[in-house]
Design a protein around this ligand. Structure first.
Ligand code: AMP
Length: 282
C-alpha cells in the first residue's frame, strides 16, 4: 500500500495496473477514516482488483464560515486503515496539486442541489462535483463508492455521471453506525461528552420516522412533525432541516406515494450532523 501526493504518480500506477488488465475501484474521502469509510473500501476490494482511496479535505466544498481549518486530519491512521482493508493506493494531494494557480473550471448542477444541504451550504455541491470529476479524470476507475450517509451527494453524483456520460459505475453503500445508533462521521470527534449523548436524537428521530413509515403513515408532515418534536426536546440540538423529498428530484413531497428520502441536518452545539433513511429501505 502506497501513499502518493501527485496526480502523475496516481496516473503512472493506474496505467501499470491497466496494462496488466486489472480493474480499479475508487473511494473518495476527506480522510480521518472510520468504519463507514472502511465499508466502502471493503466493497471496492470485493468488486475490483485494485482500490484507490483519495484522502483530501477539499477546500472548494466548504463555505467561508465552515470547518475547513479545524476538519480532523491523520494520514498515518488513514494509511493503516486503508492497508488493513485491502486498499492499494492512497492519493493524498495538497490543495495546490488539485487547484493550480488560475484554476477556473467548475462542474455545477442546477437540479438536485436546490434542497436539503444545498440550501444550507450553497457552494457545497459545486465543490463536490468539481473535485469528484477531477478524481474520476485522474484515476479513471471502473467503479466508485459512496455512502448513503450523504444521500443527496450520492444522488448528485449519479446524476452528474449520467448527464456527463462518465463511464463509471456508482455504488451506494449502507450507513455504518456506532453501537448506540449515531451515524459514524469524522465530525463526531468535535462532540464533547454531553454533546455526544445529545447527538443520539438524530438516530432516535430516524427510528421514529422509520416506525411511522413501517406502520403505514403516508402524511409527510405527520412524520416530520414527530421527528422534529423528539429533536426539539434536546436543549443542545438545533434543527437545520428535517425534510422528506422525492428520491429522483430531491424536491419536497407531501404524501409518501413514491420512493422518498427522509433527511435531516441538526446542529449539536456547533457541530452540524446529518442522518437519513430511504423509505424503500424501511
Ligand atoms: P467524507 O470523508 O465524510 O467525505 O466521506 C467519504 C465517503 O464516506 C462518502 O461517500 C460518505 O458518504 C461515506 N461515509 C461517511 N460516513 C459514512 C458512514 N457512517 N457510513 C457509510 N458511509 C459513510
Amino acid at each position: 500500500m502506497r501513499v502518493v501526493k501527485t496526480i502523475d504518480e496516481v496516473r503512472r500506477q493506474v496505467k501499470e495496473w491497466r496494462a496488466q488488465g486489472l480493474t480499479v475501484g475508487l473511494v473518495p474521502t476527506m480522510g480521518y477514516l472510520h468504519e463507514g469509510h472502511a465499508s466502502l473500501i471493503d466493497a471496492s476490494h470485493r468488486d475490483n482488483d485494485r482500490t484507490v482511496v483519495s484522502d483530501f479535505v477539499n477546500p472548494m466544498q466548504f463555505g467561508p464560515t465552515e470547518d475547513l481549518e479545524s476538519y480532523p486530519r491523520d494520514i498515518e491512521h488513514d494509511a493503516a486503515l486503508v492497508e488493513a482493508h485491502g486498499g492499494d493506493l492512497i492519493f493524498h494531494p495538497e490543495p495546490e496539486e488539485m487547484y493550480h494557480e488560475g484554476f477556473s473550471s467548475f462542474v455545477d448542477m442546477t437540479v438536485l442541489t436546490q434542497e436539503l444541504c444545498g440550501l444550507s451550504r450553497p457552494v457545497h455541491f459545486r465543490g463536490v462535483c468539481t473535485v469528484v470529476s477531477k478524481l474520476f479524470n485522474i484515476v479513471k476507475p471502473d467503479r466508485a463508492y459512496f455512502g448513503k450517509k450523504d444521500a443527496q451527494q450520492l444522488a448528485v453524483i449519479r446524476h452528474m455521471v449520467d448527464d456527463l456520460n462518465m463511464d463509471i459505475e456508482i455504488i451506494g453503500c449502507p450507513i455504518i453506525r456506532e453501537a448506540d445508533g449515531l451515524a459514524k462521521s469524522s465530525r463526531n470527534t468535535y462532540l464533547n461528552a454531553d454533546e455526544r449523548k445529545a447527538a443520539l436524537v438524530l438516530s432516535q428521530a430516524i427510528a421514529i420516522g422509520k416506525d411511522m413509515v413501517k406502520n403505514g403513515e403516508k402524511d409527510c408532515a405527520a412524520i416530520i412533525g414527530s421527528m422534529k418534536q423528539h429533536i426539539e426536546a434536546e436543549p443542545l440540538a438545533r434543527i437545520d432541516y428535517v425534510k422528506i423529498v422525492d428520491c429522483a428530484t430531491m424536491q419536497q413531497i407531501e404524501k409518501l406515494d413514491r420512493p422518498a428520502l427522509c433527511a435531516m441536518a441538526v446542529y449539536i452545539g456547533k457541530t452540524r450532523l446529518i442522518d437519513n433513511f430511504f423509505t424503500e429501505d424501511v
